[in-house]
Design a protein around this ligand. Structure first.
Ligand code: AMP
Length: 221
């Protein structure tokens, strides 16, 4: 099973790029933010617990996230295809270390490709402020860069588009701070791994995706 990680600050385009990757590669998405948002919508115990952290822009405690990832990967839900594309995990070195151990001991595999999207901070803010999100399928749009075709509805399923609570200005500022304090260090954590690829992510989504394809084609068998 191929395990691909896509790393990047909030607003770096992880969601947009993941959607393109999934169209071309037989990788199933494991998007931690979407799992948490679904748990919140279903008012599960995990969802109610996670919401208080997410609303403030903080990371949900590591043990909860590592548990969710372990359950998802071990459930067999991701077998059958080429592998899995992880978006939003790991987010700090505790999660990365636990994930290395999980891959080694429970799944007898290792990382196939680590894509790190490299985006200047001023662009991140601009992209997140205009972001819209489909309440049904989680697809993302942007009021300037990726407008929906019709009004405020999702191109894929016609559902309503909303601004996420954690895409409001004060929460965005906090999420970027958390990224700088805890997640950015993962680029050095992984930089010596042979399948690590740093991708400049300032161009159009298509330009960035071209570099991602080159990275994936050089790493996946
Ligand atoms: P995202 O959609 O990936 O930007 O995630 C939205 C929010 O979900 C984050 O701001 C965190 O509160 C929470 N979250 C997502 N992934 C993780 C993770 N790996 N560890 C802790 N919290 C997470």
């Amino acid at each position: 099973m191929d395990i691909v990680i896509i790393l990047g600050a909030p607003g770096s385009g992880k969601g947009t790029q993941s959607a393109m990757i999934m169209q071309d590669y037989d990788l199933k998405p494991l998007v931690v933010g979407n799992i948490l948002r679904e748990a919140i919508a279903n008012e599960t115990e995990v969802g109610l617990f996670a919401k208080s952290y997410m609303d403030k822009g903080d990371l949900v405690p590591d043990e909860v996230i590592i548990g969710l990832i372990g359950e998802a990967l071990i459930s067999g839900e991701f077998s059958g295809g080429r592998g899995v594309l992880l978006d939003g995990f790991p987010r700090n070195t505790v999660q990365a270390t636990a994930f290395d151990a999980m891959l080694h001991t429970k799944l007898s595999t290792s990382l196939s490709c680590i894509i790190a999207l490299d985006t200047p901070e001023e662009l991140l803010m601009e992209r997140m402020v205009g972001r819209l999100y489909c309440t049904e399928c989680g697809a993302t749009y942007h009021t300037t860069y990726k407008k929906p075709k019709q009004g405020n509805t999702c191109d894929l399923d016609g559902s309503n588009l909303i601004q996420r609570d954690d895409d409001k200005l004060e929460v965005i500022t906090k999420r970027l701070e958390v990224y700088k304090q805890q997640t950015m260090v993962l680029t050095s954590y992984y930089s010596s791994v042979p399948c690590y690829r740093n991708i400049p992510a300032t161009g159009t989504p298509e330009e960035v995706y071209k570099s991602i394809r080159q990275a994936l084609d050089s790493c996946l068998s």
